[in-house]
Design a protein around this ligand. Structure first.
Ligand SMILES: Cc1ncc(COP(=O)(O)O)c(C=O)c1O
Length: 375
């Protein structure tokens, strides 16, 4: 059977530690361990006393309670803690989707589940976000895509790569479409909490008993190295997901569980999110100015969440070739539109430390500006 690579992840995994400037990341500059201990008031001694035993396979009760507290009406029994949001998506897809099922898949998107579903022999039906609607989808189109064979509808909200956020009316339309045929609604909410404005994105959780949410600490909390994510699902589904996780990683790291519980303490969580929002707003102005200075070349809709902007460009070069020139000539890694099956687009991250971002953009200009002159 042919195997479809997860193209974006393969590209990032290969080069993110080889370049000086990584603009392929969609989250903000990560916290250091020292910063997390400081911000959460965790003493180094108590942290060092952590026994490196196997962790609770579902996540410790304390962590599961703290995760549940982010979702109105949820409790610890709804939560399965995973190694990153990626594992949560994986176990959901693996346990729910079978060959011949249909998956309605919002595009563009973090392509993990789309590619995985292709690998599982699932029929993937793209549901596009519309650039001319500020990267929002057409709900009438959804109604035509959802059939009796639809096993699940998958949306990422806030969206990667566009940074758009679905309005409540669209969320309700998705729920209606799924309930009409008894499909699951898988919502990847990993960017919830990484909004540029103060108001947090409304969770899908609680809108229907067909809703399954995945998320984690990698984006809004700036803690990707903890590899800490979760699925939050109706109680009767947890057992099945957990059984699948027995085959993937068994449990997450003990230290990660401990630090995640500290990060999600009710007094700490707002402080981390405040840090994220401050970075997003400061850095957005910098990359927006860079784009505005090149408004003849780039067209973009300002992201509402996430440290990424998805820009259409007018240059005589395909996105992968452009990404490769930026990598090899400017030492900057970006994500080409090709990884979202779209041309001519680039996804540029603006989460790094400010001085690094400024230098990275100057270096990108050294590749982009001569190309602009040649058009
Ligand atoms: C929408 C989305 N979901 C999941 C992930 C993976 O998250 P994690 O690093 O926590 O596994 C990403 C990473 O970019 C993402 O963009």
């Amino acid at each position: 059977m042919s195997f479809e690579n997860f193209a974006m992840e393969r590209y990032q995994s290969t080069f993110e530690h080889e370049v000086l400037f990584n603009l392929s990341e969609s989250g903000v500059e990560p916290l250091t361990l020292a910063e997390l201990l400081e911000i959460s008031g965790t003493s180094i001694e108590s942290f060092l006393a952590t026994s490196l035993e196997y962790n609770h396979s579902r996540g410790t009760p304390k962590l599961r309670e703290r995760v549940a507290s982010i979702y109105p009406g949820a409790n610890a029994e709804n939560v399965l803690v995973t190694n990153g949001g990626a594992e949560a998506n994986y176990v959901l897809a693996w346990s729910l989707l079978s060959p011949g099922d249909e998956l309605v898949f919002q595009t563009p998107n973090f392509m993990q589940v789309g590619s995985l579903a292709n690998n599982f022999g699932v029929d993937v039906k793209p549901w596009p976000l519309r650039e001319d609607r500020d990267w929002l989808p057409d709900t009438e189109e959804l109604d035509t895509l959802v059939t009796d064979k639809t096993k699940a509808i998958l949306v990422t909200n806030p969206n990667n790569p566009t940074g758009s956020i679905l309005p409540e009316s669209t969320m309700d339309a998705i729920v209606r479409a799924a309930e009409r045929v008894g499909a699951w609604i898988i919502v990847d909410e990993i960017y919830r909490g990484a909004e540029l404005e103060e108001r947090e994105t409304t969770t899908f959780w609680g809108k229907s008993d067909r809703v399954l949410v995945t998320a984690g600490l990698s984006k809004a909390y700036g803690l990707p190295g903890l590899r800490l994510g979760w699925a939050i699902v109706p109680e009767d589904l947890v057992e099945g997901l957990w059984a699948h996780k027995d085959y993937t990683t068994i449990s997450m790291g003990t230290m990660s569980d401990r630090l995640a519980a500290a990060a999600l303490h009710e007094d700490v969580r707002p402080r981390i999110k405040e840090r994220t929002r401050a970075i997003l707003n400061t850095n957005w102005k910098v990359i927006e100015t860079w784009l505005q200075d090149r408004a003849d070349t780039f067209k973009w809709i300002p992201p509402k969440a996430g440290a990424i902007v998805y820009a259409r460009y007018d240059l005589p070069i395909e996105s992968m070739a452009l990404a490769e020139r930026l990598r090899t000539e400017a030492d900057c890694l970006i994500v080409p539109g090709e990884h979202f099956d779209m041309e001519p687009y680039v996804r540029m991250g603006f989460g790094p430390e400010l001085s690094k971002l400024e230098i990275a953009l100057e270096r990108c200009a050294m590749v982009v500006d001569p190309l602009r002159q040649s058009t």
